[in-house]
Design a protein around this ligand. Structure first.
Ligand code: NAP
Length: 245
C-alpha cells in the first residue's frame, strides 16, 4: 500500500493535520511511537512503534512510496526528528516540520528558564518545598534524588522508577482549565511548578494558574532543532502537503 503523506505524530497538531488530509481524500499514514497505553488516534491509517532508526524509516518511505513527510512530533521528541531529517534526505523525500510555538510568559509570572530536567531538579529546592511536576513520564529519574521536595507528579500513564522519595501520582491528560489547575495548586499547597516549554493550549492553564497563585515556574527550554523548513499552523502544513504530495 502506498501513502503519499506520512505524518510523524503524537500531538494535537498531527491529529488535526491527519483529519484535514483524510477529509480531502488523501491516503495519509500517521505514525505514533506506541508508548501511551490508550493514545488518541488520528483519522486515517495509523501505525504504532519505532521504525528502527533512520535506516528503518528510510526503508519504510521507499516501501510505501511516500512523497511528503510532516514531522509533527512533540518539541521535546528530538530523536525521531533527527531520524526524519536523516531518512528523508537519504530517500529524497521533502520534509516539513509542524511545530507549535513555545509559551509566552503571562503578565506577572515568575519564570525560571533551565536547559534540562537535571538543571530543574538542581534549582528546585531553592524555590519551594512542594512541586507540581508536569514534565511528563519520561525523565522523572532526574528528580529521584531530590529528597527536600514533595512532588505532585502528573502524567498520562504510570511512570517507571526511579521516582522521588516523596511524591503523589496523578494520572490525567489535558485539556485542563485554569480553575481546575488553581484548585490543584491550592489543595496540594504547591509552591513551585515544573514544566517543559511544550507550548499549545491543551496544557497552558497551569502556567496562568501558577502566576495567579503567585508561585514560580521552572520552564525547561526546548532542545535544539535541525534546520528544517518549519510551520506552526496546521493549515500551512496542509497546503504544503497537498502541493508536494
Ligand atoms: P524520541 O525520544 O524522539 O523518540 C524515541 C524513539 O521512539 C525514536 O527514535 C523512534 O524509534 C520512536 N518514535 C518516536 N516518535 C515516533 C513516532 N511518531 N512514530 C514512530 N516512532 C516514533 O521521542 P519521545 O520523546 O520518546 O516521544 C515519543 C512520542 O511521544 C513522539 O511521537 C512525540 O510526538 C510524543 N510526545 C512526546 C512528548 C515529550 O515530552 N517527549 C510529549 C507528548 C507527546 P525508532 O528510532 O525505532 O524509529
Amino acid at each position: 500500500m502506498s501513502y503519499p503523506v506520512l505524518i510523524l505524530g503524537g500531538t494535537s497538531e498531527a491529529r488535526a493535520l491527519a483529519a484535514a488530509l483524510h477529509a480531502r481524500g488523501v491516503a495519509v499514514m500517521s505514525s505514533l511511537a506506541g508508548r501511551v497505553e490508550r493514545p488518541r488516534l488520528p483519522e486515517g491509517e495509523v501505525r504504532l512503534g519505532g521504525f528502527g532508526g533512520p535506516d528503518g524509516l528510510t526503508a519504510w518511505l521507499a516501501k510505501h512510496d511516500v512523497r511528503a513527510v510532516v514531522d509533527a512530533t512533540h518539541p521535546f521528541a528530538a530523536r525521531i526528528t533527527d531520524s526524519a531529517v536523516a531518512a528523508t534526505a537519504r530517500a529524497g523525500v521533502p520534509l516539513l516540520r509542524l511545530e507549535r510555538p513555545g509559551w509566552t510568559q503571562p503578565d506577572g509570572a515568575d519564570w525560571r528558564w533551565v536547559d534540562s530536567l537535571e538543571e530543574a531538579a538542581e534549582l528546585l529546592p531553592s524555590l519551594g518545598e512542594r512541586a507540581f511536576l508536569t514534565s511528563g513520564r519520561q525523565g522523572l529519574a532526574a528528580f529521584a534524588d531530590v529528597d527536600a521536595v514533595w512532588f505532585l507528579i502528573r502524567c498520562v500513564d504510570p511512570p517507571e522508577a526511579p521516582l522521588p522519595q516523596y511524591h503523589e501520582l496523578l494520572l490525567d491528560r489535558g485539556p485542563y482549565t485554569v480553575d481546575r489547575e488553581l484548585e490543584l495548586l491550592r489543595t496540594h499547597r504547591i509552591d513551585v511548578l515544573v514544566s517543559k516549554d511544550s507550548g499549545g493550549s491543551m496544557t497552558a492553564a497551569k502556567l496562568t494558574a501558577a502566576a495567579r497563585h503567585g508561585i514560580p515556574s521552572v520552564i525547561v527550554r526546548r532542545p535544539p532543532r535541525p534546520d528544517t523548513p518549519t510551520v506552526s499552523d496546521v493549515d500551512d502544513a496542509l497546503h504544503w502537503a497537498l502541493e508536494v504530495a
